[in-house]
Design a protein around this ligand. Structure first.
Ligand SMILES: Cc1cc2nc3c(=O)[nH]c(=O)nc-3n(C[C@H](O)[C@H](O)[C@H](O)COP(=O)(O)OP(=O)(O)OC[C@H]3O[C@@H](n4cnc5c(N)ncnc54)[C@H](O)[C@@H]3O)c2cc1C
Length: 366
């Protein structure tokens, strides 16, 4: 049975960043459900917007984004829609519009060859025995078993590692639903939609490479009905749903308290969404995945006496920032406060072009 310093479960942005950073200093094995190339197998449903904090992480690592992962077009504002009051406002944003699957594969391709990577593989079981982590996974058509000093759960919202370490710990989970349509709008746009009748989180749309992606995060109960009812309402805001190309669904964490952020124990660590590191106000998670990987890399390289305690302390700033997002989310999803914010016109950029208003819209306009 092969032994490694570190076993990383999951190569989304968090796991890929950590595997790349640890290469050369530790013997690392990394397991990931996604294939190495192409669009077969597991793909992560995502809006594919790279926030400034994620861009900053790439700056620190001296990494530039290849054009193959960038989607068309780049959009500079988000149209915020409050369905109840019919208010819409435009706020400047500096996201990079990316193809999320291409981005994930590109991040995996940056992992140096001395890391043992198993693509298209599934970690099935983990446990701790005689001071080592035991990892059983399925790869290349067979069951395999390795051991490691350190185990890293970078396996996202449904983390096996999180469930193993904290079987009783529940973070609020929503179902994220996205549908892709052939783009029919005259001008591509991003939007962020609030409708408390449908969800106390939020919904969104993104134009990407000739498609119009419409999605949202909804309570698990009746998630699909809520999504469909919002789609109907959005016609009144000039949203055009062309030919449907695909539907995607996955679990997304929606942290609501300080205790939702959990970092690991007994030489096992959680990074990225597996640790609950996702913004409750925007569901933006790539930057926190990258930041937590960077923090864990330095903890493991510095050989702290108690690495779990060192990682917990080192993520304090990140956790405080994420707690701030919980408070922001409570403000944004409170109808009265949101109405006041939007009516204040602070940071709103009015359009110089004619956009039919909600009131003068009829289906014949489409
Ligand atoms: C619909 C939706 C839209 C989003 N839009 C955005 C956005 O626009 N911008 C943004 O910044 N964030 C967005 N997020 C959040 C973002 O996708 C996540 O926070 C981010 O992907 C977390 O990265 P991660 O590496 O922690 O986990 P993930 O990206 O979830 O990666 C985990 C990986 O682990 C692997 N895995 C899981 N279990 C196993 C197993 N048992 N064995 C082997 N491999 C395993 C899978 O291959 C998976 O790719 C969105 C989330 C959702 C659901």
């Amino acid at each position: 049975m092969e032994h490694f310093d570190v076993a990383i479960i999951g190569l989304g942005p968090a796991g890929s960043a950590l595997a790349r950073q640890l290469a050369g200093s530790k013997r690392v094995i990394a397991l990931d459900k996604k294939h190495q190339h192409g669009t077969d197998g597991f793909t992560k449903p995502c809006g594919g917007l790279l926030a400034p904090d994620a861009q900053r992480s790439f700056i620190r690592d001296g990494i530039t984004l290849p054009v193959e992962v960038i989607a068309n077009p780049q959009i500079f504002s988000v149209k915020t829609v409050d369905v109840e009051t019919s208010l819409t406002r435009n706020y400047q944003r500096s996201y990079i519009n990316i193809n999320r699957h291409a981005f994930d594969l590109w991040m995996k391709s940056l992992i140096p060859d001395d890391v043992v990577v198993h693509h298209d593989s599934l970690c099935q079981k983990i446990w701790r025995e005689e001071g080592k982590w035991q990892v059983v996974f399925h790869s290349d058509g067979q069951k395999q078993h390795v051991t490691a000093d350190y185990l890293v759960g970078a396996d996202g919202a449904n983390s096996l590692v999180h469930r193993h370490l904290y079987p009783d710990h529940q973070i609020r989970k929503y179902v994220a639903i996205q549908q892709w349509f052939v783009e029919q709008h005259p001008a591509p746009f991003y939007s962020c939609i609030f409708d408390n009748d449908v969800t106390n989180c939020y919904s969104w749309s993104i134009s990407k490479d000739g498609y119009f992606i419409f999605g949202g995060a909804y309570p698990m109960k009746e998630g699909q009905q809520r999504f469909e009812s919002l789609k109907e309402k959005m016609a009144a805001f000039h949203f055009r749903f062309g030919e449907k190309v695909k539907s995607e669904k996955c679990t997304v964490l929606f942290p609501s308290r300080w205790a939702d952020f959990i970092c690991g124990k007994e030489n096992a660590f959680l990074i990225g969404e597996a640790a609950g590191f996702i913004s409750a106000s925007s569901l933006e998670g790539i930057s926190y995945a990258l930041d937590s990987a960077e923090i864990l890399n330095s903890v493991l390289k510095n050989k702290a006496e108690d690495p779990n305690d060192a990682y917990w302390r080192a993520t304090r700033k990140l956790r405080i920032k994420l707690y701030g997002k919980i408070i922001k989310s409570r403000c944004l999803t409170a109808p009265g406060l949101r109405k006041l914010l939007m009516q204040s016109n602070v940071a709103h950029i009015p359009l110089n072009i004619n956009e039919p208003t909600c009131r003068d819209y009829t289906t014949e306009n489409l």
